[in-house]
Design a binder for this molecule. Structure first.
Ligand code: DSN
Length: 412
């Protein structure tokens, strides 16, 4: 498809991005490589179609195939997560969370969530985000050693009396106990909203406990561990709440759905239903655990001391380098990570004292534990020798190593 782009300026940037992705070890926990089918569907004729509304009830004519593609995406997503009701229209995780809040509560109502600086998300009440501006948030925090503290969550919930409790994170490396969250929500009469954007692929593969039994609403992006297009879904088992979700997404938060992206979501959910996806998810976790151990042996401190999922955060303070400095240096050496606050960080988010690493993307390229050991070697060499590092030499070594594992077009 890419050869058909005639705009040379844009084509050149697309080609350069492809080359950058090929020669880089991508450890950004929220990124992945979607298949050629997923990418191609985004450039299909569905890109042309306006379809405000839902299958069978649209505000435009000509939706015969649009209805079929959206229904296909819905059915596949229902099968993937074994859930009764799905809205596949949210353009992004942020819009999914906005619609989810509006499905349950009104502006100014109270929500309890993990703060951004402890590993939460912007849409979980950051003051610079719509969530923090429209709703009244209080936050729970991690323990000093980086774990959720359910007693603390219950105690804050009893005092704060939120209408919604959010479970779900951007930088938490441990298993989430959704059952405990629901017990707390029931004690204080709150709804439980589980934002599984990061771990949805692991949940779909049964390698992380299921939130659906316990949550009133589950939101997820589709491009992280699910390996689909950039976008999101909202799911529930409650028919009344689902009616609110439908109204909150359209006309509440969004206008016309991106049916080309919904076609891509249908393809991704189809891929995720295969057995090979389940073994991919198991490999993600095996690689994450192995990378943690390999880095610990090399003197790196990992927040909470380990990982049960696809990601973890390195506390860099013992190396006298900030998260930003480490991220920038690693990027020069063809390794991408994202700087991350550590619990009770003294640095501001733009600087941070840690970096977040994830294994979904390298696992998609076929790296196994033997190669993960090499990734740990590179990170050690770069961070420890940073003052006299030969960037040209090491970036070439990284490129030579990772290009032996081409980004796949298809996943069998
Ligand atoms: N920005 C995403 C992440 O990196 O976790 C979450 O939206």
């Amino acid at each position: 498809m890419i050869k058909e782009i005639k705009d040379k300026e844009v084509l050149s940037l697309i080609e350069q991005e492809k080359e950058r992705e090929n020669k880089t070890i991508n450890l950004i926990a929220s990124e992945n490589y979607s298949s050629l089918d997923v990418r191609n569907a985004e450039t299909s004729f569905f890109i042309n179609k306006y379809a405000e509304g839902y299958p069978g009830k649209r505000y435009y004519s000509g939706c015969i195939y649009t209805d079929k593609i959206e229904n296909l995406a819905i059915e596949r997503c229902k099968n993937l997560f074994n859930v009764k009701y799905v809205n596949v229209q949210p353009h992004s995780g942020s819009q999914a969370n906005m619609a989810a809040y509006f499905s349950l509560i009104k502006p100014k109502d109270k929500i309890l969530s993990l703060s951004l600086d402890n590993g939460g998300h912007l849409t979980h009440g950051s003051p610079v985000n719509f969530s923090g501006q429209l709703f009244n948030f209080d936050h729970y925090s991690l323990t000093k050693d980086g774990f959720l503290d359910y007693d603390q969550i219950l105690s804050i919930a009893k005092k704060f009396k939120p209408k919604v409790i959010v479970a779900g994170y951007s930088a938490y490396s441990r298993t989430i106990d959704f059952k405990k969250f629901r017990e707390i929500a029931d004690i204080v009469g709150a709804f439980l909203l589980s934002d599984i954007s990061h771990i949805s692929g692991l949940i779909a593969s049964n390698v992380h406990p299921d939130p659906f039994k316990y949550s009133h609403i589950v939101t997820s992006t589709t491009h992280k561990t699910l390996r689909g297009p950039r976008g999101a879904v909202i799911m529930t088992n409650d028919s009344d709440i689902f009616e609110n979700i439908q109204k909150s997404v359209f006309p509440g938060v969004q206008g016309g759905p991106l049916e080309n992206v919904i076609a891509s979501k249908a393809i991704a959910f189809g891929e995720d239903l295969k057995d090979s996806f389940k073994s991919y998810s198991r490999d993600i976790i095996a690689n994450s655990k192995y990378l943690v151990e390999a880095l610990q042996v090399r003197g790196f401190n990992i927040v909470s001391g380990g990982s049960d999922n696809h990601l973890f955060v390195i506390d860099l303070r013992n190396f006298d380098i900030t998260g930003k400095e480490a991220q920038d240096l690693l990027e020069l050496c063809n390794i991408n990570v994202s700087k991350s606050l550590i619990p009770y960080d003294k640095n501001k988010p733009w600087i941070a004292s840690g970096i977040r690493l994830g294994t979904p993307a390298i696992t998609s390229r076929g790296l196994k534990t033997r190669e993960v050991e090499k990734v740990a070697d590179f990170i050690e060499q770069i961070i420890k020798t940073r003052k006299k590092i030969d960037i040209k030499k090491i970036s070439t070594e990284v490129e030579d190593f990772i290009t032996k594992f081409p980004i796949p077009d298809y996943y069998v």
